[in-house]
Design a protein around this ligand. Structure first.
Ligand SMILES: *[C@@H]1O[C@H](CO)[C@@H](O)[C@H](O)[C@H]1NC(C)=O
Ligand SMILES: *[C@@H]1O[C@H](CO)[C@@H](O)[C@H](O)[C@H]1NC(C)=O
Ligand SMILES: *[C@@H]1O[C@H](CO)[C@@H](O)[C@H](O)[C@H]1NC(C)=O
Ligand SMILES: *[C@@H]1O[C@H](CO)[C@@H](O)[C@H](O)[C@H]1NC(C)=O
Ligand SMILES: *[C@@H]1O[C@H](CO)[C@@H](O)[C@H](O)[C@H]1NC(C)=O
Length: 543
């Protein structure tokens, strides 16, 4: 039916404007460096016989991976040397042949995770969101197909471009099935789920215009309005301060700003939203510690020098690879699969500089002095009231925490990635941290330049303060605060002063790693018969 739609509208009319976009040779030197290094790494993973990349994990028995193959295909178009374009077309056609085609299925218009998998929702392969299928892949792959059309349509055959448009149309229809729900097993695409929400609005708005489907265009504009209304409350993303997902949201807002006509509220508001987001980033990015100060709404690790984040990839071309916290071979870091974003961001970053205020761009790489920063964000329906953040950013240390009142422990994302109070410091050998593991739906926090006060207004005698503490080069054995390196910590409040310490080790200990990071867990309980509001105070002195 959609094929007939492209035919009816006349393919050549839809393929309006053959662009010749950002080619490798035109990128700035640091963008070229990121592009070349990441593409060389992806080249090793390419299986030309299949026309897919192998899964990067090296523990997938040579299964392929759809999403990273899409990013690689975009990189091949930008590189355009030897067989690159032919391979890119092959990959794109493969990905589209693996797109779900039955409109009555919830995963309609989404893309297979890998070509060998059984059909999602078949007898032996139940449909499980974020497991056997990932609804966010419509956004990741859809945006990549649009970039390929916008930037490299002159390299793609009309036939392939027609398929891509049809694929985007289905992708957008399928994505319209999504809505946030609190029913167990329900989908979670609320407008507050910033990164996929921003991508959905864009893909719908762009595809609706290109396919002359005004309903689809309007749907995109409507989603965008909902995202914008939330953003405007505090000029912050609802999914606030995440090394990984702030990077995805910036990517989506870049698409809003660059690839839609000015009658779109996305084109009108995208540049301001990018600017406001960078105004926060410049306050929180610590060039000395090479980390975004916490707390983090959604984090895949405790130290950006050890896990690969999208913010580090945005920063690499802007302030240099090492200054961005990346090691020489980023593919060795935790969460390395996100390195596959590098060619995509390399293609966009020179243009992106225009959206970053000059004084911010100029200051990103240097520590501009001790400062305090306060802001708020709201993620409905998980937040009953706005979350209020305070950060102290010091020369060798950051202390940050938020007050929150949520409908469940861990808010929108769950306790392993929601880090509501975070301290990071330079031990002299590495960056270490103390992060509160959420065990309560509500917390009030106060942050001072050397002190953190945490209370649980709805807590009781069963409440606990679980502190996840980093590991230490010079202190492999830790049994208490006296053993942590580079920081003196004084504890007070109304907790039981006797605390437990367990090792969260990869190979043993009393607990496990969190997001790959080994850790020490300092656990404070309340004294027996406790009544009142649980309170823990930590005072810090760098040594
Ligand atoms: C798009 O969806 C229709 C069903 O609505 C299906 O027939 C068609 O094959 C799909 N196109 C692609 C490219 O998957
Ligand atoms: C119009 O768009 C909305 C939102 O995407 C969708 O729910 C609805 O089915 C569409 N209607 C038509 C006639 O395509
Ligand atoms: C909107 O875009 C049109 C066409 O590119 C241009 O002529 C017009 O000046 C733009 N309007 C504004 C307000 O930027
Ligand atoms: C955050 O601050 C606002 C405004 O002062 C207040 O209404 C809200 O209750 C605060 N949130 C929390 C969780 O304390
Ligand atoms: C760690 O503990 C072991 C056993 O108690 C001890 O032999 C070793 O010296 C300790 N290491 C350090 C660096 O203190």
């Amino acid at each position: 039916m959609r094929r007939s739609l492209t035919v009816a509208l006349g393919l050549t009319a839809l393929l309006a404007g053959s662009a010749s976009g950002a080619s490798f040779a035109e990128l700035s030197p640091t963008a070229q460096e990121m592009f070349t290094e990441s593409m060389a790494w992806m080249d090793w993973h390419y299986d030309p016989k299949a026309g897919y990349l192998y899964d990067f994990s090296a523990s997938a028995a040579l299964r392929h991976d759809t999403r990273s193959s899409a990013w690689y295909a975009l990189g091949l178009l930008a590189r355009n040397s030897g067989d690159d374009v032919a391979e890119a077309e092959k990959i794109i056609r493969n990905i589209i042949s693996g797109q779900y085609k039955v409109p009555s299925e919830e995963w309609y218009g989404d893309y297979q995770k890998y070509p060998q998998e059984p059909y999602v929702g078949s007898a032996k392969y139940p449909a499980e969101r974020y497991s056997s299928w990932d609804p966010n892949w419509r956004g990741f792959i859809g945006t990549t197909l649009i970039l390929a059309i916008e930037e490299y349509s002159d390299l793609l055959s009309d036939n392939t471009q027609g398929l891509m448009l049809e694929s985007l149309y289905n992708c957008s229809v399928g994505d319209s099935y999504r809505f946030g729900s609190l029913v167990p097993g329900g989908d979670n695409l609320w407008p507050s789920y910033s990164n996929p929400a921003i991508m959905r609005a864009f893909v719908s708005g762009w595809t609706g215009r290109r396919m002359q489907d005004s309903n689809m265009t309007k749907a995109g504009e409507k989603y965008a309005q909902e995202i914008l209304d939330l953003f405007n409350e505090f000029n912050t993303l609802s999914e606030f301060n995440s090394g990984t997902y702030t990077g995805v949201s910036l990517f989506g807002l870049h698409l809003w700003s660059k690839y839609l006509p000015n009658d779109s509220i996305m084109a009108k508001n995208g540049p301001r939203m990018i600017e406001e987001t960078w105004k926060v980033i410049v306050k929180l990015w610590h060039p000395g510690l090479r980390n975004m100060a916490g707390p983090w709404d959604r984090s895949y690790g405790y130290d950006m020098n050890r896990y690969l984040s999208l913010m580090a990839l945005w920063l690499w071309p802007l302030i240099g690879k090492e200054n961005a916290g990346l090691i020489a071979s980023p593919q060795v870091m935790s969460h390395k699969a996100d390195y596959a974003w590098a060619p995509v961001l390399a293609i966009l970053v020179d243009e992106h500089k225009k959206f970053i205020p000059k004084n911010i761009l100029y200051n990103l790489g240097k520590f501009t002095g001790e400062h305090k920063y306060h802001t708020s964000a709201r993620y409905p329906p998980y937040d009953n009231v706005p979350r209020n953040f305070t950060f102290w950013v010091l020369e060798k240390m950051t202390i940050g925490a938020e007050s929150y009142d949520q409908i469940r422990v861990g808010g929108a994302t769950g306790p392993d990635s929601f880090n509501p109070a975070v301290v990071q410091w330079d031990t002299g050998d590495e960056i270490s941290w103390i992060s509160l593991y959420p065990t309560e739906k509500t917390m009030r926090a106060k942050v001072y330049h050397n002190k953190l006060v945490m209370t649980y207004p709805k807590g009781n005698d069963k409440s606990e303060f679980q502190l996840i503490v980093g590991t230490f080069e010079k202190m492999p054995n830790v049994s208490g605060w006296d053993d942590i390196q580079g920081l003196r910590v004084k504890v007070s409040g109304n907790v039981d002063k006797t605390y437990d310490v367990a090792f969260g080790g990869a190979n043993g200990g009393g607990a496990g790693t969190i997001n790959d990071f080994e850790n020490w867990r300092f656990i404070y309980k309340m004294p027996s018969g406790f009544e009142g509001v649980p309170k823990l105070v930590l005072e810090f002195e760098l040594i």
